[in-house]
Ligand binder design. Sequence first.
Ligand SMILES: Cc1cc2nc3c(=O)[nH]c(=O)nc-3n(C[C@H](O)[C@H](O)[C@H](O)COP(=O)(O)O)c2cc1C
Length: 255
Amino acid sequence: MKKSLSFLLALILCCALTACGGGQGAAGTPSAPAASQPEETPDNSQAQETPDTSTPADTPETTEPEGDAGNGVLIVYFTYGENAPLEDGVDASASASIQLRADGTLTGNTGLAADMIAEATGGDLFSILTAEQYPDNYDDTIDVGQTEQVANARPELSSQLDNLDSYDTVFLGFPNWWGDMPMAVYSFLDEYDLSGKTMVPFVTSGGSGFSGTIRAIENAEPDATVLEGLSLRDSRSSQAADDVTDWLARLGLAG
Ligand SMILES: Cc1cc2nc3c(=O)[nH]c(=O)nc-3n(C[C@H](O)[C@H](O)[C@H](O)COP(=O)(O)O)c2cc1C
């Protein structure tokens, strides 16, 4: 009787453990990064309706920073609008993450902020571009971003920085993706040694702000000095010029 009661208890315990482990993968599978849910659901209410391109996009051409490193300030940024095969003439107002520059080129919220920083500091711009582009559909990009994060991926980059030595102040801008940096930004930080540089982070997001990314940058570049960052709401990125200049003035970095 005692034996069968113990067996029954063991069976119940076993079932309960199996149920709890559901969807977490087999024992020994590396656990997913902390942010398995976006801290704030990305605003995709205005997502494009263009169907997903499931085949890898053409590799973009290698780019170098625009400018001659004149004042030692570099603005490195990742933005969705420069990493997706978007058609010229795409309706930028139809997506939460596509922005049209005055010169007609496409960028994203973080790209707009990067432009403002370049304008105010006189620094050079460098866009982190991935060899394989993200889907032209924003909803699909949200999924790809999560898949890359869970896999702790390091997407291959197609843009190369050859003259990092010429810069002592490096701004680093990115969108908050699932409570973290896009994994392509980790690729950049793995690829380049920013020891001895002053790093100035900025983020655009639907509301999550930096989350834990400042710590992640400090961990990736332990010998860089990381200054106070700027967090911008995605919906206000086109009107952020005053926030940018106030922040730069506080840091003594206005041009
Ligand atoms: C893959 C993905 C994940 C996102 N996760 C978050 C999130 O966790 N929290 C948040 O506030 N916004 C999130 N967003 C919204 C973006 O951070 C925000 O729209 C940002 O400004 C986009 O910048 P970009 O246009 O430069 O790419 C996410 C967007 C994408 C595409």
